[in-house]
Design a protein around this ligand. Structure first.
Ligand SMILES: [Zn+2]
Length: 361
């Protein structure tokens, strides 16, 4: 059986890195940089971003991101880019800005630098973009030829984002080890196209260990708009460890149950990682994990404010019809729940959700 691991070629995080993008451009290109930037980030950091290129006399274009990662927006940028002398695409912002930059790089066949300004998901490092319609509905997954060439995280920028985003990122990162472990046990293929490697599983385990050790300390630092070693560790866990862990370790029940939860309107106010955290608890119940392991995971979620009950997700626990709908959607054909090391039915998931909810209380 083939084993495989994917990762960006370089991952860099540090303070003030948003002013150093000219250096990273120079590793990959010579003609010019084409920057696709989240409008809010552009309004706050335009000076820092621009001066990093001006000081090095590098030609650059700032393109404001229009708000939707759709094929039309991607095509519009690819066309606009042709009028500029650019040979590197740089995306600066949150998930949709970064997915747009990755897709632009893919269609224009240019190297990509990804600069996440929040640490709310593990998407920045992956070789995947999620495309939406112009109206914001899910369109399709775009599998890219390669991971970003360089991922650069400026800790100072991430530390200024609302702490709920970092906490949501910890929810997304929390699932990584348990899903990678399930895939390792079942021999399921990951997005890297092979079974898990020692490296991916070890990275996934380190991701969980860092969350438990530093999650609460990082959250408390951010509440005071301060950075710290714990914040740096959590940014690395949410972005890099979880990124490699999910892409090359594999996804299983936690993300499938997250997808199931999205069929309920009442969960739409929650971030991806907040729903994934509850999906993780439900996966642990589903696989009949040791009670101590479930308890330690619940304690962690509670300590940083991730939801552990259906009520916190806005779902009525007595509405069994709705919970059955979630369970059925979690078990749809092609869902990653079928990567679990045993057969899973909607009835099993229904029961696991209710048990997780009671334990989480
Ligand atoms: Zn996720």
């Amino acid at each position: 059986m083939k084993q495989a691991i994917f990762s960006p070629s370089k991952y860099i995080q540090g303070r003030g890195e948003i002013g150093n993008l000219g250096d990273y451009f120079a590793v990959l290109g010579s003609r010019g940089a084409y920057l696709i930037v989240d409008p809010f980030i552009l309004s706050v950091y335009e000076k820092e971003i621009s001066s990093g290129f001006r000081e090095r006399s590098i030609s650059f274009t700032l393109q404001k991101f229009n708000g939707e990662c759709s094929k039309n927006e991607v095509d519009r940028i690819v066309q606009a880019m042709k009028e500029k002398s650019a040979d590197v695409v740089i995306g600066i912002g949150g998930g949709k800005t970064l997915d747009t930059a990755k897709a632009v790089g893919f269609f224009a066949e240019l190297p990509v630098v990804i600069v996440p300004t929040i640490a709310s998901t593990d998407a920045p490092c992956s070789a995947l973009s999620v495309l939406y319609t112009d109206e914001g509905q899910f369109d399709r997954y775009l599998m890219l030829k390669s991971n970003p060439n360089i991922v650069v995280v400026d800790i100072d920028v991430v530390a200024k984002a609302p702490e709920r985003l970092l906490v949501a990122g910890m929810g997304d990162a929390l699932s990584t080890y348990y899903e990678a472990r399930a895939c390792h046990r079942s021999g399921a293929l990951s997005m890297a196209g092979g079974t898990s490697t020692i490296a991916a599983l070890t990275i996934a385990r380190a991701c969980r260990d860092v969350l438990f050790a530093d999650g609460l300390k990082a959250k408390l630092a951010l509440e005071n708009k301060a950075s710290s070693k714990a914040v740096e560790n959590i940014v690395e866990a949410n972005t890099y460890l979880s990124g490699i862990g999910f892409e090359s370790g594999g996804l299983a029940a936690a993300h499938a149950i997250h997808n199931g939860l999205t069929v309920l309107e009442e969960t739409h106010h929650l971030y991806h990682g907040e729903k994934v955290a509850f999906g993780t608890l439900a996966q642990l119940a589903l696989e009949n994990a040791e009670l101590a392991e479930i308890q330690e995971t619940i304690d962690f979620c509670k300590s940083i404010g991730l939801p552990t009950t259906l009520k916190q997700l806005g779902v009525d626990r007595t509405d069994h019809d709705k919970i059955r709908k979630v369970a059925e959607a979690s078990c749809a054909d092609g869902e990653t729940i079928h990567n679990m090391p045993f057969q899973v039915t909607p009835e099993d998931v229904f029961s696991a959700i209710l048990v997780a909810d009671r334990l989480g209380e």
